[in-house]
Design a protein around this ligand. Structure first.
Ligand code: NAP
Ligand code: GDD
Length: 350
């Protein structure tokens, strides 16, 4: 049988890597867009699945490009003509979007438009199914008990606002040009491959180092902020299911449970047998080792955002019913998986 062809924008990121791995295991030929970088570091996640480009019959192909370049988007779609296009490329850091709002909007909003236009210009409306990486950040802080596909959006950052354009333009191209274009509205999902400056990975990498050195301070922002944290491996399967569904549509993927940054810290330090307790409030809060009384965590104003989404909880019942998708990995197992992986990584490197 002819192998399906997938194109992934953002293949060098956490989700892009895990999705590429998943699709290759499903016998796809995967093409990915990577940005030119001055070092090889940006493709480090892909090292385990990449073979030299001169090896015959390989499943993974990388192409230099940038989604903010419309000519490139048109050319890559013309050349590859993918069955499925997973658009994951983004300036995905919420705090950084306050520092780089224009750049964030141009990559996240226009990048999506460029790819949709490329499908249309190349007359691939009937051939290419399009997945857009929408975000729970589009909702802003939780008002009721949970957020689903019908909850009104109320973006609280340049990132969330840029993702809303992306969400609506995907819906618009679905309705106007009959493109199979679906939005995933994904709540936070983490893994051993998570970017090092997102809070979960920042914590687990610190815990791994602290486990060995027994010293140092971890500086963080708002410890009271709550997120619905799932495992990225479960979510890339959800992306694939969204694209396999008979009808293009929008789906929330989440766990339905939320935990604070403080909860994440407690659980992560528990993995190295440290009971961490907290004292103080806001940017004066500290976390210390109950046994030794050493201060390990400090909340500082520097890491606070100009506007904070205080809580997010997703209701994934539509995905459960129509896609038969549900998250398999629980919070504690996720934290343990990330800490164990970082401990192993730290010990190998030091
Ligand atoms: P990530 O690790 O930050 O990866 C982002 C990817 O986009 C990287 O491959 C990055 O390339 C690429 N990229 C950035 N700007 C680009 C450009 N102009 N042209 C081409 N590629 C570009 O993000 P992630 O966690 O995997 O998330 C994937 C997508 O899902 C993002 O759109 C994110 O906003 C969205 N999302 C994520 C979550 C989550 O919790 N992880 C939840 C909801 C939505 P470099 O490696 O070169 O930087
Ligand atoms: N990054 C970071 N660094 N966040 C911190 C810190 C810190 O030092 N201290 C506290 N936090 C808080 C943030 O204020 C936020 O409330 C929470 O930890 C999670 O922050 P991030 O891990 O940066 O993720 P995010 O929720 O802002 O955004 C992620 O999830 C979105 C989906 O809801 C990203 O992956 C987005 O791309 C994604 O759309």
């Amino acid at each position: 049988m002819k192998k399906k062809i997938a194109l992934i924008s953002g293949i060098t990121g956490q989700d892009g890597f895990l999705l590429a791995k998943f699709l290759i295991e499903k016998n796809y030929i995967v093409h990915g867009i990577k940005r030119r970088s001055s070092s090889l570091h940006s493709t480090v996640r892909l090292d385990t699945i990449y073979q030299d480009k001169f090896v015959k019959n390989q499943s993974l192909h990388l192409h230099y490009g940038d989604v903010s370049d419309p000519a490139f988007c048109c050319r890559i779609l013309k050349d590859i003509k993918p069955d499925e296009l997973y658009h994951l490329a983004a300036q995905s850091h919420v705090a950084i979007s306050f520092e780089l709002p224009h750049y964030t909007a141009s990559v996240n909003s226009l990048g999506t438009l460029n790819l949709l236009e490329a499908i249309r210009i190349n007359s691939l409306e009937k051939k290419t199914r399009f997945y857009n990486a929408g975000s729970s950040e589009m909702y802003g802080s939780l008002k009721g008990s949970s957020q689903n596909e019908k909850t009104p959006f109320c973006p609280q950052s340049p990132y969330a606002t840029s993702k809303l354009f992306s969400y609506w333009i995907t819906k618009n191209y679905r309705e106007s040009y009959k493109i199979f274009a679906s939005n995933g509205i994904l709540f936070n999902h983490e893994s051993y491959s998570r970017g090092e400056t997102f809070v979960t990975r920042k914590i687990t990498m610190f815990v791994a180092k602290y486990n060995k050195l027994k010293k140092g301070t971890l500086y963080l922002g708002n410890l009271s902020s709550k997120r619905d944290w799932g495992f990225a491996g479960d979510y890339v399967q959800g992306m694939w299911k969204i694209i396999q569904h008979p009808k293009a549509d929008d789906f929330v993927l989440a766990t339905g449970k939320s935990y604070s940054v403080r909860d994440f810290l407690r659980e992560a330090f528990k993995c190295i047998n440290i009971e961490i307790v907290f004292k103080g409030k806001g940017s004066k809060e500290i976390g210390f080792d109950l046994k030794t009384k050493k201060i390990i965590v400090k909340s500082i104003a520097h890491y606070y955002r100009p506007n904070e989404v205080t809580n997010l909880i997703g209701d994934y019942s539509k995905a459960k019913k129509l896609l038969k998708w549900k998250p398999k990995t629980k919070f504690k197992a996720l934290v343990k998986m990330m800490v164990s992986s970082d401990i192993k990584g730290y010990l190998q490197q030091n």
